[in-house]
Design a protein around this ligand. Structure first.
Ligand code: ATP
Ligand code: MG
Length: 272
């Protein structure tokens, strides 16, 4: 069967996404990149993991290949597969193989969702061999120095049976993300949404109050993303009450009693 490798033009680096650093994560990431170490990011939803990777890819001038992992994700989805067209069979690299060939950053989001047999393909890439064997073509790709693997997950979603095998997670330099301190988070909300500093501070006060008081009733604490969205609506002329209802309270629960309780906190912060 003739096999024609499909040539992929390297993707141009993603445009720089503004990122407000919280600690020494930029320095650690750059060092890991220079020393050929893979990085694992963990933290709650909406706290800036994806934004950070996009920012770092642009900063390092590397193309970014992002994969949202799910429980049907197969090794072939990452590595590639044979496809058929009118002229025969050809090989199509998956995003992981593309990133290795082009010296890009491969970002596997919610990596714990992927099946264990899928994450095993990462092993030879994440130790000092830095190779990607492609069984179906017989190729063994050697990762160039510019290639980097980044994975992320949200420990809050982790089911007991899920999680990364120790042999996988011990290969990564791990950066733990959390919600930012109040001052930094207000800075981010103002910059991202366009609201004034005072309104941004109130949105952060709201998020922090909800994180403290409502954690037992909610599946997940409100992330920075929610209050950025509320801020965007407010900057567009929406009243705080409505913005916080549709962009915060209704996004956190489907239970009308819980939504009503969350709205009480909104009224306490913004006035009834
Ligand atoms: N440090 C930061 N600098 C700039 N923006 C930020 C920062 N942290 C959070 N944000 C804002 O929060 C939004 C959500 O961040 P992001 O999408 O990176 O979250 P995430 O951690 O990847 O969440 P998820 O686990 O749901 O994928 C961003 O679009 C941005 O507006
Ligand atoms: Mg994300």
């Amino acid at each position: 069967m003739p096999v024609t490798p499909l040539a992929h033009a390297p993707k141009t680096p993603a445009p720089a996404s503004p990122y407000t650093p919280v600690g020494d994560e930029i320095e650690v990431f750059e060092l890991a990149y220079k020393r050929n170490l893979p990085v694992l990011l963990k933290g709650p939803t909406g706290c800036g993991k994806t934004r950070f990777v996009e920012h770092m890819a642009a900063r390092l001038g590397r193309p970014l290949y992002t994969v949202s992992c799910h429980d049907d994700l197969s090794a072939a989805d990452l590595v590639g597969r044979h496809l058929i067209n009118a002229s025969g069979t050809y090989w199509m690299d998956g995003p992981l193989a593309q990133a290795v060939r082009h010296g890009g950053i491969c970002y596997l989001d919610e990596v714990v969702e992927a099946r264990k047999d899928t994450t095993v393909v990462l092993h030879a890439l994440t130790d000092d061999r830095r190779i990607l064997p492609i069984d179906r073509t017989g190729e063994v790709l050697s990762a160039p120095a510019e290639f980097m693997l980044v994975v992320s997950y949200n420990p809050g979603y982790q089911h007991l049976l899920k999680g990364l095998k120790p042999s996988t997670r011990q290969r990564f330099v791990s950066l733990s993300f959390d919600f930012h301190g109040a001052g930094k988070e207000a800075e981010i909300v103002a910059a991202e949404s366009g609201v004034d500093r005072e309104t941004a501070k109130r949105l952060v006060t709201l998020a922090r109050a909800l994180r403290n008081t409502a954690q037992h009733d909610l599946d997940e604490a409100p992330g920075t993303r929610l209050i950025v969205n509320a801020g965007k609506l407010m900057a567009g002329g929406c009243a705080p009450d409505l913005a916080c209802r549709v962009a915060v309270a209704e996004c956190l629960s489907d239970d009308p009693d819980i939504v009503a309780a969350l709205m009480k906190v909104v009224h306490a912060v913004f006035g009834a």
